[in-house]
Design a protein around this ligand. Sequence first.
Ligand code: NDP
Length: 274
Amino acid sequence: MTDRYAVIGHPIAHSKSPAIHAAFARETGEDLVYDRILAPLDDFAGTVRRFIAAGGRGLNVTIPFKEAAWALSDERAPRAQVAGAVNTLSLLPDGRLRGDNTDGVGLVRDLATNNGFAFAGTRILLLGAGGAARGLLQPLLEADPTELVIANRTAAKAHALAALISDGRVSGCGLDELDRTAFDLIINATSAGLDDQAPPLPNQVLAAGGWVYDLVYRDDPTPFQHWGLERGAAVALDGLGMLVEQAAESFFLWRGRRPHTAPVIAALRSGGLR
Ligand code: NDP
């Protein structure tokens, strides 16, 4: 029987995950179908259970259910444990659900492997302290930066997240408390990019030749990419590559095969994959 997977969220109609996984399956020759599931806001767990009972093998989880998926997981990968959020559920042979979070590794691969960013010894500024920011922390630290500052509009949340991570390289502050430190990489993990406003930042936070990365993606550059380019960023990336890389890591967890991501990123950019 063909194995079934799906992405589950609310809303879900916009999701590119079915097209991405269909491309991966074509390339690797894996026999699977991948659907999208709109779960009622008050019945995430029931919807997951019904999908599994009907033969589902794994799920990608998106807004607003990543924390609920964490709670539903019978066991969790260490990076998901730290993230407090799960974006990948896998059915184990004994019927239990394993939760993982592939967002952070997706971001690091897009930066390092696809675009050549050398993390070792860099200073990183992470904007935001919500679910997405939290999911990035462990993979970012494993990439070996010298310093990682979490800056958030609500400073207390950045402090709390830094305290939770308990790593000498990590500190938290308010967006309005950023001092004269210049960062080699600034990552926008706030939802501010969605409403056409880049987060308010002092100009000097971007080092000469620094990079900016926006988790948000759309057809034209985001306000945050514009912000970086106007301040001399060497490279300004959006989150489309991360979306494909996190999907590839989920595919690997489920199927043990690593699809090529570059053609899929290129096809999404050119509008050839929808
Ligand atoms: P949350 O709602 O959990 O967190 C939102 C964060 O944004 C908080 O830190 C919040 O600050 C901050 N924020 C919101 N509005 C503003 C503003 N106007 N100015 C400054 N800060 C603001 O959202 P998530 O963490 O789940 O998602 C963040 C973004 O990342 C979303 O746009 C999401 O689409 C994207 N994303 C992209 C992925 C990809 O594959 N490319 C994967 C995962 C997420 P405060 O605490 O003060 O409210």
